[in-house]
Design a protein around this ligand. Structure first.
Ligand code: NAG
Ligand code: NAG
Ligand code: NAG
Ligand code: NAG
Ligand code: NAG
Ligand code: NAG
Length: 496
């Protein structure tokens, strides 16, 4: 060990032995619950739409399909889970019951289920097989139980149907181990029987039975629908929201996409989209190209949301080769872009520091617990990155330690022009939240400056990334066009 290393370690030791830590600043409410934090850290989930529709080439089954159609000869939930895990998804969410009312588990409250099908001679249980595969692989399990049920006779009779629905929900939440997410929506066909869903009771019972689960719906309570089925969040996207201003089945898409900087509740958004045109598998449909998935990633995970990608198993009960191929490309592409954070090469400094353990160098460390905090009562908040040699880049990543509340309302990045030495604006953004990714035309510079403009409370920054996305930069025409559009959208929304 060299003398220098020795000195370094001894100074660290003396620091940790004798200097008490400076307290954290006060969090600003609303704050995420531990379930919401865990959900957000997962970044991506895989949706699995599967059921009689897979065999009848339909999207909204009528509820009249004969259970005999359901016969996935090679069903292998381990394959689904393996693909999800290998592709970077933290949880899988299954349509345990879709609108057609067919149950993928042998419910005691109906015969319209796997037990009336030829699959495994009527002794199978898709939920159980998926639960066991997910537990084995160490990824989370979520379940969708459609409120709209086109099969059961109780549907339309408020009390009877609520009793039926909660009995099924109880089966799902008590027989299959830990459930991480319960997914509900307000989807219902035109002219369908009118009835009331007792959402307040449902939510209470779900939280009672599975305290670790987040509940997804248009209005939360824990995570909200983004308001489209394209996987795209608003370029301003708060996790703050007023639950009372949203109604399940009748939300204002703009409110869902942007959230509410004055919102009283923490209800972050989940961006659902299918890898194929339909939600269920259809022989004649193909998955989206990888460029499209990357685009959605930037517009969901890169806008403070969770990316929920539907990958529907086929009628053999397996995820199709074509989808596996695109998912593999997607994983490799993401790794190639985000594995190399150029900011790690920079010397980092800031306009001010709260002191203690809150130095600017924290923004190069992953994890929420280490972050830069400026001195209190400042009017300017800037982080500087100085490189020895000029770097080329076209992506900026910024993260806030959201356990302290969401704070930043607008920010921009500047760079010093290599030739003129003048500071130039690279890109501007509004909200940050858990993670913000911004793309822009390729830049080159040795000096960068992240300027926080507007805040709800002193800004705290937990991570900064500077990347070169060669794929988006490579002259591939289709992705070029998309990037230009995203950038313009950014500018338009921010100038308004
Ligand atoms: C199920 O899929 C897994 C993962 O792909 C594989 O290892 C296993 O052999 C498959 N099981 C069967 C019965 O095909
Ligand atoms: C299903 O039942 C038939 C006839 O009783 C039997 O031959 C077959 O082995 C059974 N298959 C399974 C998977 O249990
Ligand atoms: C959300 O609630 C807060 C506090 O009551 C209020 O100030 C804000 O205007 C509400 N947002 C909307 C869109 O009504
Ligand atoms: C389903 O996907 C598997 C690949 O995982 C493939 O072998 C099988 O042929 C597919 N089934 C159908 C009906 O396309
Ligand atoms: C870092 O920034 C502070 C405050 O702006 C300044 O006083 C200090 O000299 C800077 N440190 C270095 C090494 O540039
Ligand atoms: C891009 O478009 C131009 C004409 O619009 C075409 O000549 C060129 O081959 C395209 N490049 C790629 C990589 O597709």
């Amino acid at each position: 060990m060299s003398l220098l290393t020795l000195l370094f370690f001894s100074s660290l030791l003396s620091l940790s032995n004798s200097t008490p830590l400076k307290p954290h600043p006060l969090p600003i409410t609303p704050l995420p619950s531990s379930q919401q934090l865990q959900w957000q850290l997962g970044s991506m989930a895989m949706f699995l739409h599967f059921g009689p529709n897979t065999f009848t080439d339909s999207e909204w089954g009528t509820g009249k399909a004969d259970p005999s159609v359901f016969n996935p000869a090679h069903l292998n939930a381990t394959q689904w889970v393996q693909i999800a895990k290998d592709s970077g998804f933290s949880r899988v969410i299954l349509t345990a019951k879709h609108h057609d009312g067919f149950c993928l588990w042998p419910s005691d409250y109906t015969d319209y289920s796997v037990k009336s099908s030829p699959w495994r001679n009527g002794t199978g249980d898709v939920v159980a097989e998926l639960a066991s595969a997910a537990a084995e692989a160490g990824i989370g399990l979520g379940l969708y139980l459609s409120p709209w049920d086109r099969h059961d006779e109780a549907y339309g009779k408020t009390l009877e149907y609520n009793e039926f629905y909660l009995s099924q929900m109880t089966e799902l939440l008590t027989k299959y181990g830990e459930i991480k997410e319960v997914w509900l929506d307000g989807a219902k066909g035109e002219g369908e029987k009118d009835m009331e869903y007792y959402f307040t009771t449902w939510f209470s019972l779900i939280h009672q039975l599975q305290p670790g689960a987040v509940i997804f719906s248009d209005a939360g309570p824990d995570v909200r629908w983004i308001g489209d089925e394209a996987g795209v969040a608003g370029s301003t996207c708060w996790s703050l929201f007023n639950r009372t201003d949203a109604k399940i089945g009748d939300t204002d898409p703009l409110y869902s996409q942007q959230g509410d900087g004055f919102g009283q509740d923490w209800v972050p958004a989940e961006c659902d989209v299918s890898i194929r045109p339909g939600w269920f598998w259809h022989a004649l449909e193909s998955p989206k190209p990888v460029a499209k998935l990357l685009d959605i990633y930037y517009n969901s995970v890169g806008r403070n949301c969770l990316f929920l990608l539907n990958v529907p198993p086929n009628s053999s009960g397996l995820i199709s080769e074509q989808d596996i191929k695109v998912l593999k490309e997607f994983r490799e592409l993401k790794n190639s872009i985000f594995a190399n954070n150029l900011a790690r090469k920079a010397f980092i400094n800031s306009s001010s520091v709260r002191g203690g353990q809150f130095g600017a160098e924290n923004v190069l460390e992953e994890g929420l617990d280490k972050y830069w905090a400026p001195e209190e009562k400042q009017k300017e908040w800037e982080l500087y990155l100085e490189f020895r040699d000029p770097v080329s880049f076209n992506v900026l990543e910024v993260r806030e330690p959201i356990q302290m509340g969401q704070r930043v309302a607008s920010f921009h990045l500047e760079m010093r022009n290599v030739k003129s030495g003048k500071w130039e604006r690279v890109v501007r953004g509004t909200t940050v939240g858990f993670k913000r990714l911004l793309r822009f035309p390729r830049c080159e510079s040795r000096s960068l400056k992240l300027v926080v403009e507007k805040v709800r409370a002193d800004p705290l920054i937990s991570y900064i990334g500077i990347y070169m996305d060669k794929f988006s930069d490579s002259g591939r025409n289709s992705s070029k066009i998309t990037i230009t559009r995203t950038l313009q959208e950014e500018l338009v929304l921010n100038d308004s």
